[in-house]
Design a protein around this ligand. Structure first.
Ligand code: URA
Length: 213
């Protein structure tokens, strides 16, 4: 038997509860209700909304960010603040809007003060994102930022190394989605010199979706 702390045990139990709950969920509405009723993640206590997702759940492509910020927490919709406005512009530049893609986050609850999510918080919330990806069944997943990419792809590699090349995500039925990771829009707002690389990533996605690669 492995030695473990009470916190690690509680996290393990909450993860298992989330996984068990997700296994019996077969629609986006059921998933939304399950997340709204889930009490295994303390972030929910300080958040105003469970920020589920936005856009078209039948879309071929899903964009995944890290966690809601203050605006998203207030309104209950992902990427509606400054980062969201930049994301919408980048989507528009490749001919997409929110009726043609789906947008969500690794975490549905805002970490207080926008602090970096804890590994335990990510671990507990990940089964919900994975179920969401199963239900949407996208061909393409675009990860916005290093922490989102690290969490979903289960790798510690830095975003500068991960970005710009096609990776793979295996859904629970064994089917695969092609994954691109790029810089988070909030990082691009702080570091506009990196926008060219992110732009190249959006174009790479667009070309692939049009069968031009
Ligand atoms: N940043 C994110 O990662 N997600 C949001 O929804 C908003 C800002």
């Amino acid at each position: 038997r492995q030695a473990t702390t009470p916190l690690a045990q509680a996290t393990g139990n909450a993860c298992q509860n989330a996984k068990d709950l997700c296994a019996s969920i077969n629609s986006m509405e059921e998933l939304r209700t399950a997340m709204e009723n889930f009490d295994g993640c303390a972030l929910k206590l300080t958040a105003s909304h469970t920020v589920f997702g936005d856009g078209n759940p039948q879309a071929r492509v899903v964009f995944v960010g890290e966690a809601p910020g203050a605006d998203e927490d207030r309104i209950g919709v992902p990427f509606v603040g400054r980062s969201g406005r930049l994301l919408d512009k980048m989507l528009a530049a490749i001919g997409l809007d929110r009726t043609q893609c789906y947008i969500c986050n690794i975490l549905p609850w805002r970490p207080p003060g926008n602090r970096t999510p804890l590994d335990s918080e990510i671990a507990v919330c990940l089964p919900f994102l994975k179920r969401q990806l199963d239900l949407i069944n996208p061909d393409y997943i675009f990860m916005l930022g290093g922490s989102a990419a690290n969490a979903l792809l289960d790798t510690p590699e830095s975003i500068s190394r991960l970005r710009g090349r096609w990776l793979e995500y295996v859904k629970s039925d064994g089917s695969k989605a092609m994954v691109l990771a790029s810089f988070h829009p909030a990082y691009l707002l702080r570091t506009p010199g990196q926008k060219a690389k992110a732009w190249a990533d959006f174009l790479r996605l667009s070309r692939q979706m049009k069968g031009e690669n």
